[in-house]
Ligand binder design. Structure first.
Ligand SMILES: Cc1cc2nc3c(=O)[nH]c(=O)nc-3n(C[C@H](O)[C@H](O)[C@H](O)COP(=O)(O)OP(=O)(O)OC[C@H]3O[C@@H](n4cnc5c(N)ncnc54)[C@H](O)[C@@H]3O)c2cc1C
Ligand code: FES
Length: 518
């Protein structure tokens, strides 16, 4: 796991340290073992502990050190894939359940904040869906009608969003959305979980997950957690080799933040309908307000122009919010896009019935992660959930055969490109400090990174998940897999699955001393 000192970029939530706990030092047992201390894992742990379950949480980094601290934390029921699309794929009932569950998730976060007295700046506010220039004229009309059919009776059309400098034209207003500081929220959840007897172990990598009668998780340090049920909440499952990874795709997304005078931009959530879409919020960090603008998504590992994407985001922001000061923060992260617009929360397909997953968060992982907490708790304690069918990871993707085939052809194309293509550079000599690239050495491909002390670090460029060739992300200094979204830090250590092992040491590596990296 990359520590904050290692992060080349900083998000708005890194102003508070992520809670860190001691690693698991001995074998233990629990009712439920949860792998992953992001919003999905922590909410699930908290909800189960609140029901009297004995819970153990394992994370190889600190609490909330994954995508949860790279989010922009809009809490919304304005589905980013749009209700019209959801209705087409999941029917009216499915769209209604989606609206109901995301609304319930915001309510649940509000209730937890109140009950546990978590000081995380939670507030309710309106959200505005703005038609981008190239959007079909009737999209907002159709979306309004679909949102109302889904049960959101209070969504209305308004003549414009309340931003004087941004000529938005008519847009949809979604009332009672939310926002908060996700780092402070997770720190509060961790404290509340501990008060309820839950145990959290950080710096503890789950190497293997086994379900069934003697279910257990084994860590890389050789410790075992025995449990009646296991929840894998690692953002993308590390225990599912193929099934789920053909149903979702990893996208990188970019954010810039600039100072604005407090009160100069109306506090609300804003999204447009561009593809990829822009997302905007404000955050009061005590000194002033930050205007946070995100977008410019692309399939992970398949674009290498992060600097230009930041520049385009900044330009988009300046055209609409001319009062924005200098950009003070830039960061990026990854979201898992389910092909039918709905997360995968429930029993892991093809596994024992006591192994559960939460993934497919899309740009709605704050609410999807909270839905996971509610839904997985219901499943584990044996309560019926009205949402179980909609989010079932084993559901068939029957209504999007063309998109499904296209997405998997894209993955197949990566393999061809990987094995027939050359390297990014001819020799490691071409790498300046802070740069990484793939080299071809005979039949092998080598992921080479030169650190700021000039030392070269070489690994096999073959992703340990299913063998695609990783590419270097110059923004976050990570090795990203273009096939299913595995990410490795610049030293080859796995950060995000589905791969669950580091990049292999390169048998072709030059003999250079390896600096210790904490
Ligand atoms: C730039 C950006 C903007 C976003 N904006 C929004 C938004 O406005 N609203 C919204 O709702 N969502 C948004 N999202 C999505 C949202 O942030 C994520 O979906 C959400 O944070 C994912 O939470 P998680 O708990 O599933 O995963 P994570 O927070 O990534 O947690 C997974 C944890 O698992 C741990 N882990 C992984 N493998 C192992 C292992 N083998 N052993 C032990 N631990 C392991 C990791 O260390 C990590 O801490 C955004 C995402 C990004 C990147
Ligand atoms: S993530 Fe599947 S091959 Fe790399």
């Amino acid at each position: 796991m990359v520590t904050s000192e290692d992060d080349p970029t900083r998000s708005a939530w890194m102003d508070v340290p992520a809670p860190d706990y001691a690693p698991l030092g001995e074998d233990t047992a629990a009712d439920v073992c949860i792998v992953g201390a992001g919003i999905a894992g922590m909410t699930t742990a908290y909800a189960l502990a609140a029901e009297g379950r004995n819970v153990v949480v394992l994370d190889d980094g600190p609490v909330g050190g994954g995508m949860t601290r790279r989010t922009t934390a809009h809490l919304t029921n304005a589905i980013d894939d749009r209700y019209v699309h959801l209705e087409r794929l999941h029917g009216r009932d499915g769209a209604r359940q989606a609206a109901e569950s995301h609304t319930a998730a915001i309510d649940r976060i509000e209730a937890i904040v109140r009950e546990e007295r978590i000081d995380c700046g939670f507030e309710r506010l309106d959200g505005y869906l703005i038609a981008a220039r190239d959007t079909p004229a009737d999209l907002l009309d159709r979306e309004l009608a679909a949102a109302r059919r889904a049960g959101l009776a209070d969504v209305v059309e308004v003549a414009r969003a309340p931003i004087g400098t941004f000529e938005t034209g008519r847009c949809l207003r979604f009332p009672r959305q939310g926002q908060f500081h996700p780092g402070k929220y997770l720190a509060g959840l961790a404290r509340a979980l501990e008060r309820r007897g839950g145990r959290i172990f950080c710096g503890t990598h789950a190497a293997a997950v086994r379900g069934g009668d003697a279910a257990h998780v084994v860590t890389t340090a050789g410790r075992t957690v025995s449990a009646a049920a296991i929840v894998v909440a690692t953002n993308t499952p590390i225990n599912d080799i193929v099934t789920i990874h053909t149903k979702q795709a990893a996208y990188s997304t970019y954010v810039v933040a600039a100072r604005v005078a407090r009160g100069s931009v109306a506090k609300a959530l804003y999204w447009d309908t561009a593809d990829p879409y822009h997302y905007v919020r404000l955050h009061d960090d005590g000194a002033d307000e930050l205007l946070i603008v995100g977008g410019e998504d692309h399939k992970s590992g398949q674009a290498h122009d992060g600097g230009e994407r930041f520049a385009r985001l900044e330009q988009w922001m300046r055209e609409r919010f001319p009062a924005a000061g200098a950009v003070t923060l830039r960061w990026s992260g990854q979201v898992m896009e389910p092909m039918d617009g709905v997360a995968f929360i429930g029993r892991n397909p093809g596994d024992a019935s006591n192994v559960y997953i939460a993934t497919g968060d899309s740009g709605m992982g704050m609410t999807h992660g909270t839905i996971a907490g509610i839904l997985l708790t219901d499943l584990i304690v044996g309560r019926a959930s009205p949402w179980a069918g909609l989010y079932d990871p084993a559901r068939k993707m029957v209504r999007t055969p063309v998109e499904y085939a296209k997405a998997n052809l894209n993955v197949a194309a990566q393999y061809v490109e990987d094995y027939l293509g050359g390297g990014d550079v001819d020799s490691a000599d071409a790498l300046a400090p802070g740069q990484g690239a793939v080299l071809r050495r005979g039949l092998a491909k080598v992921a080479a990174y030169r650190d700021y002390d000039g030392m070269l670090h070489e690994h096999s460029a073959m992703c340990p998940h299913l063998g695609c060739i990783v590419t270097f992300d110059d923004v976050e200094k990570t090795w990203d897999c273009p096939c299913h979204g595995s990410r490795f830090d610049r030293y080859g250590r796995v950060i995000v699955g589905p791969a669950n092992r580091d990049l292999a040491p390169s048998s072709h590596a030059e003999r250079v001393p390896r600096r210790h990296v904490s």
